[in-house]
Design a protein. Structure first.
Length: 461
């Protein structure tokens, strides 16, 4: 808990969706933030006699929720938005890998700034990046991404990705854009040792994250899992995203993706996978039995025509599920808030129809579900005393939402709600829809310049 002398911020008169175990909500309540923790949350005004109150916020017309938690992204793709817009996943990868293979440290830093800024101004307080493209001579890409996250002020997990299966091995990336097995493992271990923080209030954590079955050798998958468990960090990869991936696994390994993952040590409570679109009942049971998590990316799945993930069935089985933006080359908006709405709507197109997801389940996916997937559910993802003060105050009294009586329904189903205030560990990073930590206009200019530089280098090559 916060020390007695901690400075306090008091938020009152707002609706509150705590997303705790019983989905407690208050039509008009209060939050007290003490230092970097939530001290109290409840109905009515804050307790009287609080000391060291440095700020009081009148939350009338607002909804307070836990900060949104993003569980899958590729920041570097900010520089290649709007390309290959009518492709499926494999054709899209073939079209874009020649460009991605030419990123460098400056491009990666700038793209991370753009990706982080867009998410943060839209209510994300915990972000992650699965970065797996490490061209030779490109510089310190992991350090650049972590620096951008620290400057933006969000809580962050870097999934240090890798690839060792290039075109000459039957993979998709150019030869100069992949690492050797030993090089990938050594660089991943160094990144963990240099940047991972295992403490309760950590701002930066690192996961081990070989890219996917079709761009990574079985040896890298197996030894990557062993490395992660030796270092005590989580594991992340892409899984069961397309029918082509399932066919590839059967042809290469004689089994489907889930069985392949299990054979290489890639199922467990310390693992989460992106997409998981094409899963049968046996696959879902294996994830539930082992506690393996899922990052659901509805917009990207639709953009690349991958299919509809069986989210209602995953949840019913007890599988941890969070939401992911995915890379902005397959989700050009780059906002997690839109994934709340799209998760609900797209899943209602599936077998469960109108019973697929509720608005509150959608909000849970984007908050507590994401925290659980990242292994941080005891620290973030719900508004409860003792948890970290990662809080978003959404304005719900404008034209876009004022006539909707249920604020959670308005947030999930309505237009993107303005963020009046966003706090990460009690530090405010957004005010009235604008970032307080970085210059959004400068970031926009820099991303445009770096996107053009990347396009020019690719054309010259």
């Amino acid at each position: 808990m916060a020390p007695p002398a901690a400075q306090r911020i008091v938020i009152e008169n707002c609706a509150i969706a705590t997303v705790d175990a019983t989905d407690t909500e208050y039509a008009r309540g209060h939050l007290v933030l003490a230092g970097n923790r939530i001290e109290s949350v409840g109905a009515g005004p804050a307790p009287e006699g609080l000391e060291n109150v440095t700020r009081r916020i009148d939350g009338s017309g607002h909804l307070a929720t836990p900060g949104l938690v993003n569980t899958h992204h590729h920041f570097y793709q900010w520089l290649t938005r709007g390309l290959a817009t009518d492709h499926n996943l494999f054709d899209w990868l073939v079209a874009l890998y020649p460009t991605w293979a030419r990123i460098d440290e400056r491009m990666t830093y700038t793209a991370a700034q753009g990706s982080l800024a867009m998410m943060a101004r839209g209510g994300v307080t915990t972000a992650m990046d699965h970065h797996y493209v490490h061209p030779r001579g490109a510089g310190d890409l992991s350090g650049a991404i972590i620096r951008a996250a620290a400057e933006t002020g969000v809580r962050f997990t870097l999934a240090r990705g890798s690839m060792d299966r290039s075109e000459k091995d039957g993979g998709l990336p150019p030869d100069f854009a992949v690492e050797t097995l030993d090089g990938a493992l050594a660089a991943t271990e160094e990144t963990v040792r240099q940047h991972h923080d295992a403490s309760f209030d950590a701002m930066t954590q690192v996961a081990v994250a070989p890219c996917s079955p079709f761009s990574v050798s079985t040896e890298l998958m197996r030894e990557g899992a062993e490395l992660a468990r030796r270092l005590g960090v989580r594991l992340h990869t892409h899984g069961s995203e397309t029918v082509e991936e399932e066919k590839f696994c059967h042809e290469q390994f004689g089994m489907g993706p889930t069985d392949y993952f299990e054979s290489t040590g890639w199922l467990g409570e310390d693992v989460w996978m992106a997409h998981c679109v094409h899963m049968n009942d046996s696959d879902i049971a294996a994830f539930a039995r082992t506690g393996t998590g899922v990052a659901h990316c509805p917009s990207s799945n639709a953009r690349l025509a991958a299919g509809i993930a069986r989210v209602p069935d995953l949840l019913a089985a007890g599988v941890p599920v969070g939401l992911g933006v995915d890379g902005t080359a397959s989700n050009e908006s780059g906002e997690l808030h839109t994934e709340l709405r799209n998760a609900l709507l797209i899943n209602r197109l599936g077998a469960h129809r109108e019973a697929a997801l509720t608005t509150r389940q959608a909000l849970r996916l984007g908050t507590h579900g994401g925290a659980r997937v990242l292994g941080r559910a005891d620290q973030i993802g719900s508004l409860e005393p003792g948890k970290l003060a990662d809080v978003v105050l959404w304005r719900m009294d404008t034209l876009a939402h004022a006539s909707v009586a249920d604020p959670v329904a308005a947030l999930v189903l309505g237009a993107a709600a303005p963020v009046t205030a966003s706090f990460v560990g009690g530090r405010q990073i957004v005010e009235n829809g604008r970032l307080l930590t970085v210059d959004e206009d400068a970031v926009a200019r820099a991303t445009r310049e770096e996107a053009r530089r990347l396009a020019r280098i690719t054309a010259e090559a």
